[in-house]
Design a protein around this ligand. Sequence first.
Ligand code: PMP
Length: 356
Amino acid sequence: MKLDDLPIRDDLRGRTPYGAPQIDVPVRLNTNENPYGPSASLVDDLAEAVRRSAGELNRYPDRDALALRRELAAYLGHGLAPEQVWAANGSNEVLQQILQAFGGPGRTAMGFEPSYSMHPIIATGASTEWIAGAREEDFGIDPAKAVAAIGEHRPDVVFLTSPNNPTGTALDPEVIARIVEAAPGMVVVDEAYFEFARTGTPSALTLLPDNPRLIVTRTMSKAFAMAGTRLGYLAAHPAVVEALLLVRLPYHLSSLTQAAALAALAHRDELLGTVDALRAERDATVAWLRAKGLAVADSDANFVLFGHFEDRHAVWQGLLEHGVLIREVGPPGWLRVSIGTAEEMAAFRAALEETL
Ligand code: PMP
């Protein structure tokens, strides 16, 4: 039997799943992970936290993850209270819950592409029609054009990604504010890469007090170097969190996840201590690629989009043959490299020089 023989939903027929290749090569620079693993002392604390939690695994976890939300609110600052914070298994699950609550059959969600490929996939999974808006040549969003597109389509949910994946482009909060004002429904600012933004870039969190229809999502997968933990979160008006309680599965966040995330938050200085080095490596990568005569998008994230190549697949393949895995994503002719350690970036540069 094949997939198509099953009585699957019509809107899922012919679709392909999300699929960044997971290939075991020496240098993995393809999924925007933080290349630095936890220190021995953090591993010990994580193990101890999980050990303590393991003694009560006969019980369901705290359904509302109150202790974790308190710590996440303290980390975010901006005067946020725990009732304004919500957490789930990765920001992907947070986004899914948002679409379950605010999208759904007969409703639409809109994003400005190129952007994170999971936004339309999660929308489709939540039976929400996807509307693709466009970014400018420099991958920014023109507020007047965005406001016009929103006026035309009246989407129930608008996605803004800042810094954007795969381009690295950060949005000015003034652009976000104009879009929130124009949007008839919810506006989600996906700030998965916020901690990597160039210093001085304000977060959309600054707009929350005046905008109850704004949601800012974050993750511990990137700057926090905890992708394996699967912990994403959001900040919004407390009523938004109440809406998400209607769709979340009870006990969605395991006690082990909550314990690990709390231990990681207690070590946030160590974990976020890699951000400066990654920013510097990113800026050096941008400069090096430009010196090679390549086109490079300005980046506020832990990855760099570069091109254009006649045959980007051949370049991707050439790098892979040198043991360096990057990502074939973004507009035709462009490739994305995640920022790794200094050694990994040296391997990337050497492999690219040989490939070109
Ligand atoms: N948003 C953006 C823009 C991303 O690039 C990613 C990860 N690639 C996510 C959300 C999801 O991350 P996670 O589910 O690990 O929190």
